[in-house]
Design a protein around this ligand. Structure first.
Ligand code: SF4
Length: 227
């Protein structure tokens, strides 16, 4: 039997879901300055690259150690792969990430005179910068509102039906189409906090979830339960 592809929630329900999330979840706090507090575009890019598959605390240790050694693309390229890898060890995958940091700095200098571009297509031309990092840089370093999709946002969007995509990038594209404009400034924060507090990866708290009446996963789970 072929399964019908999952359909996103209708626009009026997406609006209602965001209204509830806006009321129930914390938004952008006054201290929120980007990944691990790095408002500078160059350092935001590097922090985001280092954060892949790493816990926040470990990423913070790695970025702190690396930025103690170098804070610009030029000075970063004076470091060897080994020096970078040693500094960023706490965030894991350090050999690969060290190479990526150098590739990113090289391309930034060669293609953009060392200045981080302030638009998504150009950001995504840089090695190591995918859609999520590009959106994080836009929002946190340039103040351009957009909902960056990380693993929590991707999971929440697909479970609820706010936006459907088989990977974070596809979800981000879909979300960009359907999210009301008023959610762009803080939607990222509401969805992440909701994913960390309620719609947990392994044990979603569906019974106490404030948006459970809209949720596609909840409806599916109920349908598939034996009577
Ligand atoms: S009902 Fe459950 S699966 Fe759906 S959004 Fe809420 S916690 Fe997540």
């Amino acid at each position: 039997m072929t399964r019908t592809p999952k359909q996103p929630l209708p626009p009026e329900q997406i609006e209602q879901v965001f209204q509830i999330l806006a009321r129930e979840m914390p938004g952008r706090g006054p201290g929120a300055m980007g990944p691990k507090g790095q408002p500078n575009p160059f350092r935001t890019c590097i922090s985001c690259m280092l954060s892949a598959q790493s816990r926040d605390a470990n990423t913070a240790l790695a970025t702190k150690a690396l930025f103690r050694l170098a804070r610009t693309p030029k000075t970063m390229l004076k470091l060897t792969d080994q020096q970078i890898a040693t500094a960023i060890k706490p965030c894991g995958l350090y050999n690969v990430k060290a190479k990526n940091v150098r590739k990113f700095c090289r391309a930034l200098l060669d293609d953009f005179d060392g200045v981080v571009p302030n638009n998504r297509p150009q950001l995504m031309q840089l090695p190591g910068i995918g859609r999520k990092c590009a959106d994080i840089v836009l929002q946190f370093a340039f103040g351009i509102d957009t909902i960056a999709v990380d693993t929590h946002v991707h999971r929440v969007c697909n479970r609820t039906g706010i936006a459907i995509g088989n990977n974070a990038e596809k979800t981000a594209e879909a979300l960009n189409e359907v999210a009301p404009q008023w959610t762009f400034a803080e939607g990222h924060f509401w969805l992440i906090q909701f994913g960390k507090r309620v719609c947990l990866s392994r044990s979603p708290q569906c019974d106490i979830c404030p948006i459970n009446e809209f949720c596609l996963k909840r409806a599916e789970d109920r349908r598939s339960k034996p009577a």
